[in-house]
Design a protein around this ligand. Sequence first.
Ligand code: PMP
Length: 286
Amino acid sequence: MTRTVYVNGEYLPETEATVSIFDRGFLMADAVYEVTSVLGGKLIDFEGHAVRLKRSLDELDMAEPCTKEELLEIHRKLVELNEIDEGLIYLQVTRGSDGDRDFVFPSEDTKPTTVLFTQNKPGLADSPAAKKGAKIISIEDIRWGRRDIKTVQLLYPSMGKMMAKKAGADDAWMIEDGYVTEGTSNNAYFVKDGVIVTRPLSNDILHGITRKAVLRMAAEAQLKIEERLFTIEEAKEADEAFTTSASAFVMPVVEIDGIALGDGSPGPIAKRLREIYLDESRKAAI
Ligand code: PMP
């Protein structure tokens, strides 16, 4: 089945979809994105992703390409056309192209480029990786200072994943000024003596949509949460650890820099939060 994608108002086979070589998303990484998961053919936390998209666009003085209702319609239509039961919808909005390359932003009437495509991932929720848990390494965080804006500048996170892979691990947590910021594509947590610790929101990390939902559900389940800076040493001495993201939900972490956490298998709080998150999200999906 050929994938149908969305480009600037049109639904096209992926082989026929094009954007300009002058597009600022391509030339300057002048673009923002969102990834929304699909479970049972329905969208998980669409509202959260739509709100964060608007915030990213506002922070970069980019116009909204369409209304939230239109965006929902496009997401739903792509799910339907591509018969997605479990998977992801990737959305990217760029500042567009005025037909040349220039550091200066193009004129205000330049149309943004909007691209959406689906990724079919049967078994996304029942992932073997989550049952095993992830091994992570720590690396320096050398990204720019506005990580709260979800831009497509993903070269360093991509290099971080490669560093992890080379070291025989699954992912990397990044460290700045002695404290863990976040994972290459997820927010980072550890649990010690029943308390969940995670870095507070600021411009230093992405304000994860899954983070918000999981912290709310953890509080509802009477779990203790501390939002504070933490070191990788603290995390290595934790009882358990985990990450959150829209594409991997709650992912247990079983090893940090070669040191096993607890008994080296996914911890009870991470497993419980994954279950609660998947349950609640399925119920609220639209
Ligand atoms: N931090 C970073 C750097 C990310 O790339 C992501 C995933 N896009 C997250 C955190 C998790 O955010 P969300 O829960 O909204 O997917």
